[in-house]
Write a protein that binds this ligand. Structure first.
Ligand SMILES: *Cc1c(COP(=O)(O)O)cnc(C)c1O
Length: 468
C-alpha cells in the first residue's frame, strides 16, 4: 500500500495503477499470448487426474501472491499442458474449435476495453458492430430486416432463451383470448435434437416430446403434424435442428415450417453447429425453409471461427423476446425506460461480455468469402474422408455425411478395442477421437471444422485402425 496524504483511506492500488510492475505483468502475459496464438505446432496435450494436478499445482493462492512470473510459469508449464488444444488439427471429437487469428487476438481487445455489452447506453459501438454481424447472418438466412438478436454464452443458453420467449408469446396469445395455460406446456423436437433442448425443457418445467426422425435421419413435416395433432395447443414451440451434433443432419426445415405456420406455432431452429453450412451457396438448398424460423441459433465458437464462447441468437421479431426477457429493477430504470434495444433484454442474462466482437473483427478483417471457403473446405474434406472409409474393407460408413461429421465403424471391434485405440492415439499426440455410439453400437465419429485439418492427417488416423 502506498502512503496517502489528505483525507480518505489509503489506496491499495498496486493491482490497478500504471507502474513498472503493471507494465511487466501486461508484457509477460501478452508475450505468452502472442507465442501461443502463433504456434506452428500446436501441442495436443493430455488430461491429468485431480490427484496428479494436486501434487504439482496446489498452493498457488497465497496471502502475498506468487508474482506474475511464477503464476504464469505454473499455467504454461503445468496447467496448460493438461488442457487439450481444441484448435489442434487432429482434435476431431465433439465439435472442435478453430478460431481465426484475428478473432483470437481481438478477444484480448474485448477484455482490455472493459466494455459492458448488456446495454446500448454503455456499449453502443460494440453493440452496433455485433448487430452488423447479426444483420448479415439474418440476411444470409432470409429473415426479415426487422430480425434482431444477441450473442449469448453458448447454444444451451441460446436454445433456452428462445424457448422462454416462445412460451411467453404463446401464453400472452392465450391470455388475449381469455384462455388459461394448458396443464403442461409441450415442446416438440426430433429425438436426435441436442441434449440442451431437453435440458431447457427441464429448466422451464415443460414436457419434451422427441419424435423419431424418418429413415433419412431427418425430422419431417408429417411427423411434426402428427405430434401437433396429439398434443394440440399445449405445444408452444417446435425445435428443428440444422445440423445434428451426432451426424450433421439438417431437418426438413421447409416441411416443418409449413406445418408450424399453418398451426401458428413458434419454430425454433437449433443450428449451433450446422447452420454455418448455410453460408456455402452450394449447401443453401439443404436449409430451405430456414427463412420461416421465429428464432434460431448458431455458435461462432463452433464453425464460424471465433474463440469460446459465443452463440448468435436471432429472433424474427425481437420485441417478442424483449417482452419475455427484460429484467426490471430500480437501479436499471435508466436502461429499461429508454427506447433503446438492449442486448440484455433478449436473453437470459444481464451483464454481458461483448462476445460477438471477435467474430465481427474477424469477418471485417477477412471478408465473408474467406468464411464461405473455410466452411466449404470442411464439408469437402468430410466427403473425401467418407469415400476413403467406404473404400477400406475393415471400415464401413454408418451414414454418408451431409455436413462435416463422418460416422463409421471398424468392423469386428468391441467398445474396449475402440477405447484402447483412442487412448493410444492421444498418447501418441496424433489425434483426439473418442469412441461414440449409435443405437447402442460403438462407432467412431470425426467432426471437422478446422481448415488446418488435412486429408493426410485423417488418412493416418484411419491407417491406425488397421491393426490392434
Ligand atoms: C453444441 C450444440 C448445442 C449446445 O451449444 P453450447 O454452445 O455447447 O451450449 C446445441 N445444439 C446443437 C445442435 C449443438 O451442436
Amino acid at each position: 500500500m502506498s502512503p496517502q496524504t489528505g483525507v480518505g483511506p489509503a489506496r491499495p492500488d498496486r493491482m490497478h495503477a500504471v507502474s513498472d510492475e503493471s507494465r511487466a505483468v501486461v508484457d509477460l502475459v501478452l508475450d505468452y499470448t502472442r507465442r501461443r496464438a502463433l504456434y506452428e505446432d500446436i501441442p495436443l496435450d493430455v488430461p491429468a487426474s485431480p490427484e496428479e494436478l494436486a501434487q504439482v499445482a496446489s498452493g498457488s493462492i497465497t496471502p502475498g501472491g506468487l508474482g506474475a512470473e511464477r503464476a504464469l510459469a505454473l499455467f504454461g508449464d503445468v496447467l496448460a499442458p493438461t488442457c487439450l488444444s481444441t484448435d489442434h488439427p487432429g482434435y476431431l471429437s465433439f465439435i472442435p474449435s478453430a478460431p481465426s487469428k484475428a478473432a483470437t487476438a481481438f478477444d484480448l481487445v474485448v477484455s482490455a476495453s472493459s466494455i459492458y455489452g448488456g446495454s446500448w447506453l454503455e456499449g453502443a459501438g460494440a453493440v452496433f458492430a455485433e448487430n452488423e454481424v447479426l444483420a448479415w447472418l439474418a440476411g444470409e438466412l432470409g429473415l426479415p430486416e426487422t430480425a434482431g438478436g444477441v450473442f449469448v454464452q453458448g447454444g444451451t443458453i441460446g436454445n433456452l432463451s428462445a424457448l422462454v420467449a416462445a412460451r411467453d408469446a404463446a401464453r400472452r396469445a392465450r391470455r388475449e383470448r381469455g384462455l388459461p395455460d394448458p396443464a403442461r406446456w409441450v415442446v416438440v423436437c426430433s429425438a436426435e435434437s441436442h441434449s440442451s433442448v431437453a435440458s431447457a425443457a427441464a429448466v422451464m418445467d415443460v414436457d419434451w416430446v422427441g419424435i423419431e426422425p424418418d429413415d433419412d435421419g431427418r425430422l419431417h413435416g408429417h411427423a411434426v403434424e402428427d405430434a401437433l395433432t396429439a398434443h394440440g395447443d399445449a405445444v408452444f414451440a417446435v425445435v428443428a435442428t440444422a445440423g445434428t451434433t451426432n451426424f450433421g443432419i439438417v431437418d426438413d426445415l421447409a416441411g416443418i415450417a409449413a406445418v408450424t405456420r399453418a398451426a401458428g406455432v413458434w419454430l425454433h431452429v437449433d443450428g449451433a453447429y450446422g447452420l454455418a453450412g448455410a453460408l456455402v451457396p452450394a449447401m443453401r438448398p439443404a436449409y430451405a425453409g430456414i427463412e420461416h424460423a421465429d428464432s434460431l441459433i448458431v455458435d461462432p465458437h463452433k464453425w464460424l471461427f471465433a474463440p469460446f464462447d459465443a452463440c448468435a441468437l436471432l429472433y424474427r421479431d425481437p420485441q417478442v423476446a424483449r417482452r419475455a426477457h427484460t429484467q426490471h429493477a430500480e437501479y436499471l430504470d435508466a436502461l429499461t425506460e429508454s427506447p433503446d434495444t438492449n442486448p440484455s433484454d433478449l436473453a437470459i442474462q444481464l451483464t454481458r461480455r461483448a462476445r460477438g466482437l471477435p467474430l465481427w473483427f474477424s469477418l471485417a478483417t477477412y471478408g465473408t468469402n474467406e468464411y464461405r471457403a473455410a466452411i466449404s473446405y470442411g464439408i469437402e474434406l468430410a466427403r473425401r474422408v467418407a469415400d476413403e472409409v467406404a473404400a477400406r474393407p475393415e471400415l464401413s460408413l454408418v451414414r454418408r455425411p451431409q455436413l462435416s461429421v463422418v460416422v463409421f465403424r471398424r468392423d469386428g471391434w468391441s467398445a474396449a478395442d475402440y477405447e484402447a485405440w483412442s487412448a493410444r492415439l492421444l498418447a501418441d499426440q496424433k489425434a483426439f477421437v473418442v469412441p461414440s455410439s449409435h443405437r447402442g453400437e460403438p462407432v467412431l465419429r470425426i467432426a471437422i471444422v478446422n481448415p488446418l485439418t488435412t486429408f493426410e492427417l485423417i488418412r493416418d488416423v484411419l491407417d491406425s485402425l488397421d491393426s490392434q
